[in-house]
Design a protein around this ligand. Structure first.
Ligand code: NAD
Ligand code: UFG
Length: 342
């Protein structure tokens, strides 16, 4: 069983990926400082898979601890690096917090990996690097646009740092550029855990439906889209998690065509905010209280993925639709309300 390090493994996408890795036969070690997650997630993962992942509460910015960890774990065959701060709005308010955490943790990780001769990395990137693309669906060859937030900039800079490191070391890396991850595991034992008022659409929808929020605000209905609301490519988090397993396998079986590769990980379909609300209402048989308000600053009008490269080269494609994702998000919200993590 190959041993894989998952940084940020108690977080939203990380926890789902740990489950998929374990179920594919990998031995998983998690490092997370719990800045945006809970140690209870380790138990939840264990409930799903029957295997307790090794967990280390550690800040990746702590170089010495990280180096010692790698010295003691020389058998790690690959790393999936999720750990980062991700709130776009907060990053505009506290840019240094984002540059420090997201970039120092990456630099430390790359250095520790090099020392330990651990040469396979999967990195969490984002479609935010494309800004508002001129051509839709957007492919990996689209130009990277000036970042609209410090958070987005950390993803661009991180990709550049990784590219440079692959040029001068034995590192192989795959950047997965996620579109909009949503939903929860079918067991409803893990899911998204927004701290405070959610920024993202789906947790705001589920919290409004359950009565935690009075009203969902739909940011703008005057976009140049079929119903006027903004369009995104919403991908089920379990499909996204599976892409990480495939990416690791590509590197460990030496199939990479170059030392750095990037793949769009989306469904290939665009859905508007109103599509999401209506689908959520339909599949869960309930109503969501919402109103149309002004556009949100910094939002792009529409973006969805060209997934040809991931489909053909990676041999990965999505299997779960928007309806299944929105049902799972609701089941997870109901479990949270019941106090599943308390
Ligand atoms: P998340 O906040 O749920 O998970 C990130 C985890 O990293 C958290 O558990 C947090 O405690 C941990 N962490 C943060 N800084 C750390 C540090 N210095 N040391 C150790 N642990 C640290 O976020 P997520 O939604 O699971 O996102 C995972 C990754 O995917 C992030 O890199 C994020 O930027 C990227 N991403 C997310 C989205 C999205 O919409 N969720 C979209 C595109 C890209
Ligand atoms: N929206 C609302 N009301 C809300 C929240 C969101 O109308 O309360 C709208 C937004 O305006 C946008 C759409 O729903 O049109 C999706 O918004 P999200 O905040 O859920 O997602 P974004 O596309 O803005 O950004 C997300 C992550 C970023 C990541 C990006 C691409 O937050 O970190 O996807 O992966 F970079």
């Amino acid at each position: 069983m190959a041993k894989i390090l998952v940084t940020g493994g108690t977080g939203y996408i990380g926890s789902h990926t740990v489950v998929e890795l374990q179920q594919s036969g990998y031995d998983v070690v998690i490092i997370d400082n719990l800045a945006n997650s809970s140690e209870k997630i380790v138990e939840q993962i264990t409930k799903i898979t029957g295997i307790k992942p090794e967990f280390h509460k550690m800040d990746l910015c702590d170089r010495n601890k990280l180096f010692t960890f790698f010295e003691n774990n020389k058998d790690i065959k690959g790393v999936i690096h999720f750990a980062a701060y991700k709130a776009v709005g907060e990053s505009a308010e506290f840019p240094l917090k984002y540059y420090y955490n997201n970039l120092f943790s990456l630099v430390n990780l790359l250095e520790a990996m090099q020392k330990a001769e651990c040469n396979n990395l999967v990195f969490s990137s984002s479609c935010t690097i494309y800004g508002q693309p001129e051509e839709l669906p957007v492919s990996e060859n689209a130009p990277i646009q000036q970042a609209m937030s410090p958070y987005g900039n950390t993803k661009q800079i991180s990709e550049e740092i990784i590219v440079d490191q692959t040029k001068t070391s034995s590192l192989h890396a795959i950047a997965l550029r996620y579109f909009n991850p949503i939903g929860a595991h079918k067991t409803a034992l893990i899911g998204e855990l927004p701290l405070g008022v959610p920024n993202n659409l789906i947790p705001f929808v589920t919290q409004t439906a359950i009565g935690k929020r009075e009203k969902l605000r739909v940011f703008g209905n005057d976009y140049n889209t079929p119903d006027g609301t903004a369009v995104r490519d919403y991908i089920h988090v379990v499909d996204l998690a599976k892409a990480h397993v495939v990416a690791l396998e590509r590197m460990s079986s030496k199939k990479s065509e170059s030392k750095f590769e990037a793949f769009n990980i989306g469904t290939g379909n665009g859905n508007s905010v109103l599509d999401v609300i209506l689908t959520f209402e339909k599949v869960n048989n309930l109503k969501v209280n919402y109103e149309i308000v002004e556009r949100r600053a910094g939002d792009v009008e529409q973006v969805w993925a060209n997934t040809d490269k991931a489909n053909k080269v990676l041999g990965w494609k999505t299997e779960l639709g928007l309806d299944v994702a929105l049902q799972s998000a609701w089941n997870w919200e109901k479990n949270l309300e019941k106090g599943i993590l308390e």
